[in-house]
Design a protein around this ligand. Structure first.
Ligand code: UDP
Ligand code: MG
Length: 312
């Protein structure tokens, strides 16, 4: 008889007391009982929650031995929670999903079937529409995917979620990318392997609030671009070269004008504008350099990605 395979589901949670019981019921009744041929490990990562998230998870773990948890010493962010989850997951297949039921648990079954029946290493979900999102947010999200794909040469699917199920060797590959500044969507793409995408209709959070403001999403986007592309660094050199050429043309024009008509030293206002423009571009370029330097600085410290306070 073939040994039963195990699926570990990694679930990052930060202040999610309202949704955990709902999530657990949906996962157990809607998925786990429907898949009797596989064992499950439900691995909650408590990302330093300040509410009753941890006690609720602990209670679940007391009555259900499939429930495991890892609790951080403080909030380290979802990326760190994913990394911790992948490190502690013991299953033959490892999945990642949000706890707010925005990642439909019903997709786990088709994901698993694709992994065992088709020639794929990873099955991931992407949103088929952004109907539940504000227009501005989805406009910027679309632009971001275009920009990062162009800059990095990667093909991050627009609307890609972190919701996915992977074979063991994909997990090992992701764990081998041990960088401190983590951008999972990029890392999953960077490690390669064959990924199948399952589109699904956008769902709203069942309860609680999103942890991401628009500004935080912007910063996260910058993190993604800096983590996977050095193209912004070329910006300073390119604009520097362009301005050198422009000023050379301007010098030639002024000399010719001086020779032909005399008196070419006018234009105080335009001079001030030019000084502002060029110093703006210089500061902007230094800023880009600074961003890379800051990330390098944080990487060289080799601080742990997360710190565990307790686990079962
Ligand atoms: N999350 C986390 N740490 C954080 C922020 C969020 O572990 O610092 C978890 C959160 O509990 C949820 C998932 O990451 O399970 C996605 O968070 P959220 O629903 O707020 O993001 P959105 O779906 O709005 O992108
Ligand atoms: Mg959510």
């Amino acid at each position: 008889m073939m040994e039963k395979q195990t699926i570990s589901m990694v679930i990052p949670c930060y202040c999610e007391e309202e949704v955990i019981p709902l999530f657990y019921d949906t996962l157990v009744n809607g998925v786990i009982t429907q898949m009797p041929t596989v064992d499950f490990e439900i691995l909650f990562i408590d990302d330093g929650s300040k509410d009753k998230t941890l006690p609720i998870i602990k209670k679940l773990s007391e009555k259900d031995c499939r429930v495991k948890y890892v609790s951080f010493s403080r909030n380290f962010g979802k990326e760190a929670a994913i990394y911790a989850g992948l490190s502690y997951a013991s299953g033959d297949y490892v999945g990642i999903m949000d706890v707010d039921l925005q990642d439909p648990p019903a997709l786990i079954m088709p994901m698993y079937e694709a992994l065992i029946n088709e020639d794929v290493d990873c099955v991931a979900a992407c949103r088929a529409s952004r109907a539940k999102e504000s227009r501005i947010r989805s406009f910027f999200a679309k632009r971001f995917y275009k920009l990062i794909n162009r800059m990095t040469g990667m093909e991050i699917v627009e609307g890609a979620r972190d919701f996915r199920l992977m074979k063991r060797f994909v997990v090992e590959a992701v764990l081998a990318v041990g960088e401190y500044n983590r951008f999972s969507k990029g890392i999953f793409e960077w490690v390669g392997f064959k990924t199948k995408w399952l589109p699904y209709q956008d769902v709203e959070r069942v309860a609680g609030k999103t942890k991401w403001s628009f500004w935080e999403l912007c910063l996260y986007s910058v993190e993604g671009i800096i983590g996977f592309s050095t193209a912004p660094l070329a910006f300073a050199s390119a604009t520097g070269l362009l301005f050198c050429m422009l000023s050379f043309v301007a010098i030639v024009v002024i000399i010719i004008r001086e020779i032909l008509w005399h008196g070419s030293a006018y234009g105080w206002a335009s001079l001030v504008c030019l000084i502002f423009l060029i110093s703006g571009i210089q500061l902007f370029s230094i800023g880009i350099l600074g961003q890379y330097l800051a990330k390098t600085y944080l990487e060289t410290k080799k601080r742990p990605i997360f710190i565990v306070k307790e686990r079962n």
